[in-house]
Structures are given as structure tokens and as C-alpha cells.
Design a binder for this molecule. Sequence first.
Ligand code: SF4
Length: 439
Amino acid sequence: MSKISPKVGFVSLGCPKALVDSERILTQLRVEGYEIVPSYGAADVVVVNTCGFIDAAVTESLDAIGEALAENGKVIVTGCLGKRAEVIREAHPDVLAITGPQDYASVMSAVHKQVPRKHDPHLDLVPAQGIKLTPKHYAYLKISEGCNHRCTFCIIPSMRGELVSRPIDDVLVEAEKLVKSGVRELLVISQDTSAYGVDVKYAAREWRGKSYRTRMTQLCEGLAELGAWVRLHYVYPYPHVDEVIPLMADGRILPYLDVPFQHASPRVLKLMKRPGAVDKVLARVAAWRRTCPDITIRSTFIVGFPGETQAEFEELLAFLDEAQLDRVGAFAYSPVDGAKANELPDPVDEEIKQERLERFMAKQAAISAGKLQRKIGKTLKALVDHVDGDGAIARTSADAPEIDGVLRIRDGHKLKPGQFVDVRVEAADEHDLIGRIAI
Ligand code: SF4
């Protein structure tokens, strides 16, 4: 890149979905000839991609904006918190521009205004897949924006609007580029992956000479053609989720389903405005396992939701015993500014919430430990993430990056990140496996 290229610093906060936005903006900046620099001092302007989902994220975002202002002075804010410009202006009146999530064009025009670009067709080349902030061998694939649900603890629909699905051919072309650029694992994300295409009435589009409907099952069929690992996240438990399980059983996409159940008591689920037929959920989990015995089911739960009684919490623990989920994340309920749930009566005491969270996590840790013990002696395919003096850190089909466990490979020193390897499992703890390369 030319020494006289304008330079942009970039700070990315928030969830994997925000990360995808950052990647798009970074790609565009590079396409237009901007240089991305890693320090405030070297930058002509700094873009901060914020998160505004929970109060802690708002504080983190405001702090990051403050730091960028102090260190550089020229700051453009984008992302979820950008929807609440007044909060940003009040704390930091000197920011140059504020734009909301997915508003790439406004971010770019704010950058153009501050540091006009010098176009050089010979230098403005970017890799076809864009610039990744994640390791090169896996990538997030965002299939839609917004959400049509109104879960009472969540403010995403009011910040991001109703569901807008990307056309399926767009998504498949992007995935194809990523795989061509060396991506070995595609992580499908959205606010509600199983709702994909509802807004466009599952419109049919063409990819590689074949017609695909804008629908989760067909998306999985298309992605399966690419030969990479395909992992589904944020799958709301609609009945048609059952359709993708045979694809998992056939090894076409990873046997992994991230389904946020959130609770198991029908009354609490109703207060949350989530689907509440727990018996049906258990029957479906059992059916998924019959079709695909190797499936990993991941879920998230909220404990201490307003009004949750001790008996309802015990119902949740009983559900865990029954469902034997493989991977589970849990949060003690914390009010989000603007969420409907804040108006519910009978909030749970902080101390009780924490106590319930600990009991919940202890139960799940025991379930998880038992499940991992049963993997000892097996040979599993793994994707290497990282290599150091102690060997390699890899993941199996059961482990999504960042949120699940890992497989440590004792003799993996010579492996390379992004490499697939068969590993014989020798030991396990509550979350992770340890093994050696299978001969
Ligand atoms: S489905 Fe997810 S994004 Fe949509 S309202 Fe519920 S929690 Fe929020």
C-alpha cells in the first residue's frame, strides 16, 4: 500500500454479528484504498463499531469511544449503540459522526468527508473474501438482519428492526469466496437463523445453475456443496428445524445445533414470549438424536427471570437432567434498558439469582463431564486453531469457537492452524478433551 494512503484505525466491540459488520466496513475501506492501521497514533481517523445490547456493553462502548477521542481526536461511531445517538452525544459531544448497525454507506461517507481517498487502481486490491478479523480458517456468515420476535428481555428488534433476509445466492456466493480464500469452517449467524427467508416468502434464486429457495434447509444444502464445515447458530426451535437433521446425519453439515431454549417452565417462557411446549421440546430433542446420534445440542438459558419461582427454577433443573444437552451457557437475568421484562412484577433478588446460576452451572458441568468422558478412546476429526509450545488447540464438530470447549493435542506441535487432523481422545475434564494425533 502507498505511503500516502489515508489511514483508518478500527475498534470492533460486541458479538460475532457486529464482527461481520466490521469485516464488511474494513473490506470496503481497503477496496477504496484506505490503509487499516493498528494504532490510534498512526490513524487519520478512528471508526468504533459499538455494541448496545446490555448495559455493560453500552459502558464498554462509551469507554472505547472516549479512549479513541483522547488518543486520536477524530472518531466515527457505528454499530448498535449508534441507534441511540443521544447517549453517545451526551457522553462524547465531539464525535464526528454516528451511524447505526449495517449502515456501511454512512460510515463510508463519514470517512470520505474526514479523509478524502486517493484512488489508485493498482494498489486498491483486496483478497476476494474481504479482510477477516477472525482467524483465517473460520468465518461468520451473516444471513439476515433484524428479528420478528418480541422476546421481553431483548431490545434487538427495536434496535435492528424486523427480519430482513439476504438473498440466498448472495449468501452462497459470499460463502464460496470465503472457502476459496481458505476458510474451512462457516459459522452461520443471524438473530433467528430458522426464520431465514420468511420476509421474502422463501423466494427462489439461482446459484451454480440450480434453483435454491431462501430458506434454512436449502441454504444448508447449498453450503454443504462447498466442502467446508458448516455450523448453525441461533436456531429458534421451529418445527422445520427437523429438516436439517438428516443433512447432519449424512455428514453434509456439522451435527451441531445451537438452539437458545432460554427456560423450561411454560409460565416463565410465556413471560419471556418464547415458545413454551416443554414436552414437545424434549420429544424433538429425542427425535433429533434418533436421526443423528452424534448431534451436539447447544443452548442458552436465563435464570432468575422476573417472577421465576423456586419451583419453576427446579423445573428448569429437571429439564436439564432430562434433555442432557451437550453444551449450555447461562446468564443471571439482568435488566436491559428499554426491555419489556423490566415492567414485570416480582423481580428475583440478586443473591438468589446468583445462587440459582451456580446450581444450574454445577448441574450442567456434571452432565457435560459425563458426556465428554464417553468420548475417551474415540478418534475424532478436529480443526486446528492454534499451535504453541504445549502442542495444538483444536476443535471437533462439538465445539464452536469462543463459546464451547477445545481439544488439546499433546503432540500437535507440528500442526498448522486451519489443518484437519484425526485425534485419539485420551482424557477429558468438564469442558475440554485431551488427545494425541491418531496413527
Ligand atoms: S429471537 Fe433473539 S433477537 Fe429476536 S427478540 Fe428474541 S432474543 Fe431478541
